[in-house]
Design a protein around this ligand. Sequence first.
Ligand code: SF4
Length: 244
Amino acid sequence: MLSGTQMPELKKLIAKLKSHYGSPTAPPAKGPFKLVMWENACYLLPDERRAAVFQGLRKQVGLNAKAILKADPDLLLALATMGGMRPKVRVFRWQEIARITLSQFDGDLEQILKLPYAQAKKALKQFPNIGDPGAEKILMYCGASPGLPLEWNGLRVLTRVGYGRWQKNYGAMYRSVQEALRPELPRKAEAIAQAHMLLRQHGKETCRDKSPQCYVCPVKELCMYPVKQVEMFSRTSSASSSQT
Ligand code: SF4
């Protein structure tokens, strides 16, 4: 088990997560346009349902801007209904994605991959439901990410394990983890995407926000959090016994 302020090797941490959870599956969407559509395929439903809507769009409509704008709105609505609540809003968003792609990118969103990272992110953030984390994830799946983008689950796991500093300010915490990770980042885009997905899965299933399941955790030997909890418990106990 780790002690002090040691960090585990990222490579070792990810390898243990992979052997516990198996190889994660990347979205079936390839390229920025399809990934934007993937993000907008459904609302608050599991990935299997997202995949069903996405495949429906691929087979029955065509996953390109022109085909979406030309498609029968009733067909789009039927597919959007499979994707959960507020299907009409979803249809409007799909058409909006197609409109932006045609009007600003000549129908070819691939061209943003040639832009500097900050500009590519800005371009993606024009699309519905795509904020900073979404844009970073899309660029990561396109192999155009300079680092390891993290959503809340992955960030929490790495902070508990020992990277960066736990802070109330999310941006400051994010930057501290990114700084600590920098020397250990995998070079290959596929390895970056796998690390992102495994950390997310671990945060959702085991290293939960309110109740981390440390006793069954596959990386507990590499993690600072249980050590710190024991230290905190000992300090609290000795403080209360000295008062009695
Ligand atoms: S030991 Fe606990 S805190 Fe550390 S990664 Fe595992 S579940 Fe999270």
